[in-house]
Write a protein that binds this ligand. Sequence first.
Ligand code: AMP
Length: 286
Amino acid sequence: MSVQVVNKINDLINKIKDIKAEGKTIALVPTMGCLHDGHKSLMLKAKSLADIVIISVFVNPIQFCPGEDYDKYPRTLDNDMLVAQSAGVSIIFAPSVNEMYPGLQKFSDLTMVVPPYELTDIMCGKSRIGHFDGVETVVSKLFNIVQPDYACFGMKDIQQLFLIKKMVKDLNFPVEIISCPLIREESGLALSSRNKYLSAEAKIKAITISQALFAVRDSFNAGIKDAKKLLDTALAVLDKDIELEYLEFVDKETFKTIENIESNTICAIAARINNVRLIDNVLLEV
Ligand code: AMP
C-alpha cells in the first residue's frame, strides 16, 4: 500500500474512525518534515508497535519565535513521501496553517497548552520564548485529532520529550509516549533538518558540537563530576567559530540544573554556526 497524504482534519478523522472500527492500533510520529534517517528511525519504531503509522508533516508557525527560520524552513513533501513510504507509513497528515489554525491573526488569540515556567526557563525554552507553548499546543491538537495509542518522539529534542511526557501525564492524554534514541551521522553530528543549511565548511565545524559532548562524557567517565570543569572540557573542543548558546547539565528525571553530578544527568547543548542553530545532548550515566 502506498502512503496517502491527507490535508484536511475531517478527512483524517474519518479515516481514523475506520481504522479504529477495524480494531487496529495507531502510532503517531509528529514532524516538521524534511525527513531524514532520524525521523525514519521513529517511524520504524512506530511501525514495530502499531498496526497503522501516521506521521504529521507540519511546520508549526506558533513554535517559531520572531526572527527565526519559519519562512525558510525546508519543505520537501515529495521526498518526505518517499521516506515515509520506505518506513511503512500509512498516512502523512500535512495540513495547511489555515487548516490547523483557521483565521489565526495572532498567537494570543489561540487557546494554548503552556508547560510549567520553571521547566522552560532553561535550555531551549529560555532563548526561544514561547517555543514550547507552541509545541505543546500543536501536539495536543494532533493527539486529539489522531487519538493514537502511541506517539514517538526523538531524544534529540530532549527538553521537548521531557515536557511532552509531563503534559501527557498532567493532562491525562490516553497515549503512550515512546522515547527514541538520537541518530547521528558517522561523523557524530546529530541528524537534523537544519543541517541542510550548513555549507561543507560549516558542517566540519558543526561536528565539534558532538565532539565536545563526547569529550564531556569521556571526562565524566574518567571521574570529573564538577559541571564547571566539564564545561571547560567542552569549550576546549568547540570550534572557535561556534557560538555557544548554552551547555547545561540537568537531572534526567527532574530537568533541574546540576552543578555536581551524582545521578544520571543530561548534558545538553545549543550552538550556532553561521547563524544555524543546532542542538545535541548526551546522557552521563552514573
Ligand atoms: P522535527 O521534524 O525536527 O520537529 O522532529 C520531529 C521528531 O523527530 C522529533 O521527535 C525529533 O526529536 C525527532 N528527531 C529529529 N532528529 C532526530 C535525530 N537525529 N534522532 C532521533 N530523533 C530525531
